[in-house]
Ligand binder design. Structure first.
Ligand SMILES: [Mg+2]
Length: 309
């Protein structure tokens, strides 16, 4: 079998730390998981693993129990006590086959417990069940429930990463803060179902107007932010202007539950660009907010770029 044909779909960029004091088993595990496309971090000694965990956050840990200095139980308890590491799934892989050993392993926070001798395929299947579930949980936790745009929590994560990327590469990104003008009137005049439907349609329109790499985020209510990587303030302005003009021409319709409505609306937007307007995430958002405020006070249905650094 060649490598491509065995690669797991789930494996993409996933890091699995293997902690096992038996070199032969360690190498077998490493080779097997490597072949399925995982990025393995093999550790022969638990103390070496603890050291590495200061810098690396694996997606899952395969953990032996009988090891020198720190046994697997102690190691698992230590991981569960660390804020950054405590959610990492742990799969015990051990020669300790007694029921009370298994119960102890699961009791201190192991996600699975496999006894030696074991089948590589079974280990892989169990690892993938855990990683798939985590992935769908992550997908849910980063989306806004109503519109399926990304949510504020995910935005904050990505904003930090973008700022780092700018510092490393010097390539700019822009944030476009958008507010729907007089949105409250839609809810007041037609009811929340219509307002919600307009928000959903608005997000679809935003998503279809942007590149795949751009992020559409609902910050809350009728406030949205676009995170445009590799985009100068000038380019972001053109894009926001185009969106504003599109909305000037679009009619959102709602026809359900006996209610029929045709909605026209406009947007106001404020733009801040990193590094042009600064390299601090919070300060950038404050500047975008200021620009949005200026667009609003100029009569709405307008786009403004932040001023100053
Ligand atoms: Mg051992």
């Amino acid at each position: 079998m060649n490598r491509m044909s065995v690669c797991s779909f789930i494996a993409r960029d996933k890091k699995i730390m293997i902690i096992e004091d038996n070199c032969i088993t360690l190498n077998q595990l490493r080779d097997f998981l490597d072949e399925y496309g995982y990025r393995t971090i093999p550790c022969k000694h638990p103390l070496e693993a603890m050291d590495l965990l200061n810098e690396i956050t694996p997606d899952l840990i395969v953990l032996d129990i009988i090891m020198p200095d720190v046994d697997g139980y102690e190691f698992c308890k230590w991981v569960r006590s660390q804020t950054r590491l405590k959610m990492i799934p742990i799969v015990f892989l051990t020669a300790k086959t007694r029921l009370e050993d298994k119960l102890e392993g699961l009791g201190i926070g192991g996600d699975d417990y496999i006894t030696k001798p074991f089948s590589m395929e079974e280990l892989l299947a169990r690892i993938e069940v855990i990683l798939k579930r985590l992935e769908s949980f992550h997908e849910i936790s980063m989306r806004d429930e109503l519109t399926h745009a990304f949510n504020r929590r995910y935005f904050n994560e990505r904003l930090g990463e973008e700022v780092h990327r700018v510092k490393r590469t010097g390539r700019p990104f822009s944030a476009v803060l958008i507010d729907i003008d007089y949105f409250k009137r839609i809810n007041d005049n037609y009811g929340h179902y219509v307002g919600d439907s307009v928000l959903i349609q608005f997000v679809k329109l935003l998503q279809s107007s942007l590149r795949k790499s751009d992020l559409v985020v609902r910050l809350g209510g009728e406030e949205f932010i676009l995170l445009l990587s590799d985009t100068s303030s000038g380019k972001a302005y053109l894009l926001a202007e185009r969106l504003r003009q599109t909305l000037d021409e679009v009619t959102f319709t709602y026809n359900e539950n006996g209610v029929c409505a045709e909605i026209r609306m406009t947007i106001s937007a404020g733009i801040a660009c990193c590094p042009e307007h600064g390299e601090d995430a919070e300060a950038l958002l404050a500047l975008a907010d200021k620009a949005l405020y200026s667009a609003k006070s100029s009569g709405r249905n307008a786009v403004k770029i932040a001023i100053g650094k």
